[in-house]
Design a protein around this ligand. Sequence first.
Ligand code: ZN
Ligand code: ZN
Length: 192
Amino acid sequence: MRSITTFHLQYAHRFYQFQGEAQYLHGHTGTLTIEVEDSINEGVNMVYPCNEIKKVAWDVLRNFDHALILRKDDPLLPAILEVYDRQGIRKGHRLNTMKGEAFRTDLAVAYPDCRLVVTKDTMTVEGMIMIVHELLKDKLPIAKLTFVSGDNTASECFKPEADIERCPLCGISLDKEGKCPKCGWQKGKEQE
Ligand SMILES: [Zn+2]
Ligand SMILES: [Zn+2]
């Protein structure tokens, strides 16, 4: 069965060298739907709690919210960084606190201090699905991702890769030591 969570990301981007209006910098509210598939976790009668999917995903995906997403060869990139430098906000600002965890994959690099994500390929809805899958495939058993942005939608099904052991009391992933980070349940210990 699947647990399904949806959330929204607000971002600016452009399709560098695309022959059309999308080559101009513009913004979207993108809607990402994550479908997680596993057996029903008997103790809690859930696949995975949706608020926990959101928490795990949001830790990294927050990098795309109120952010600028540019392809690595886009000449806007050095131009914008130069302005951020001059303004003193490239390395952060004391009120820029809603930051994601910095990440670097083959497809994208996040710079949370200046709310920038630099991508290998143009950030289309299809590109976003590949980036998100790369970031979350080891953290959640992802069966399907859908990303809607403006008039564009892309969707892809995956074979869940993450092998996750869940707490029988609250349904979230156990840590490396087999302990639940939420309630402290410990795998292998006699439970009261
Ligand atoms: Zn766009
Ligand atoms: Zn627990």
